[in-house]
Design a protein around this ligand. Structure first.
Ligand SMILES: Nc1ncnc2c1ncn2[C@@H]1O[C@H](COP(=O)(O)OP(=O)(O)OP(=O)(O)O)[C@@H](O)[C@H]1O
Length: 218
């Protein structure tokens, strides 16, 4: 097997033995899964079952008490430039710079990641997410659904091998949800691995190849 074939076979994301406690409360006990290129795994479970906690442990936002996370075979390290450029993350609590416009946010992402033809890509993504007319607005003046679209747009103007999304359907209208499904199906076809948490049966049905059910917290 060539090195290229071996790299293709390797999961983009591997998680094993994840344990997370908050005081006496064990939220995650021995959670493990993998996500390969071109596939999507969804975390499902009731409110409080630990979906966001898994995503926070995977992205390094919250350290796990036990367990391993590796990206492309490399142990997760947020100082690694290759890992930072591989992983596009859209969580629920995304903050925006209050004094940068919509287009300036996307420009910043694209340029920080040295994306070629950043201007053209940012314009395309702005049109795609329906924010072209709002390009010069500040985030504080956007509707909550428009802010969600801006957060998602940020993931599509930067390099990525792995997309991590926490309930990406939130605050999107029906047309927005259909757009998101089409976009994420395309991302899968282009070889991205996707890990997302969701309460939307429509999104789960349209996208998920693997379902990780949480809810057995003690
Ligand atoms: N920083 C924290 N300190 C204490 N408990 C926490 C903390 N963060 C999360 N928890 C608890 O961990 C559990 C899992 O929370 P989490 O946000 O991962 O659930 P979720 O499955 O994403 O829920 P939802 O469907 O409501 O988004 C909850 O009981 C929550 O109260």
């Amino acid at each position: 097997m060539s090195a290229k074939q071996a790299a293709k076979k390797q999961p983009v994301l591997e998680v094993s033995g994840l344990v997370k406690r908050f005081g006496e409360h064990t939220v995650l006990s021995d959670v493990g899964f993998e996500v390969r290129a071109g596939r999507a795994a969804v975390l499902v479970g009731p409110n409080g079952s630990g979906k966001t906690t898994v995503l926070r442990c995977v992205t390094g936002a919250d350290p796990a008490d036990e367990g391993e996370v590796s990206i492309g075979g490399e142990p997760y390290d947020d100082r690694s430039p290759s890992i930072r450029s591989a992983m596009a993350v859209v969580m629920d609590d995304i903050d925006f710079f209050p004094d940068l416009t919509v287009v300036e946010h996307l420009d910043l992402y694209a340029r920080a990641h040295r994306v070629p033809n950043a201007d053209a890509l940012v314009d395309d993504v702005l049109r795609e997410v329906g924010l072209f007319a709002q390009a010069a607005q500040l985030p504080g003046s956007l509707s909550s659904g428009q802010r969600r679209r801006l957060a998602l747009a940020g993931a599509f103007v930067r390099p990525r091998r792995l997309l991590i999304l926490d309930e990406p359907e939130q605050r999107l209208d029906e047309e927005g949800l259909e757009w998101l499904i089409t976009r994420l199906q395309r991302e899968k076809r282009e070889g991205l691995a996707i890990l997302f948490a969701s309460h939307s049966p429509r999104l789960v049905e349209a996208l998920a190849d693997d379902v990780i059910a949480l809810g057995g917290a003690s």
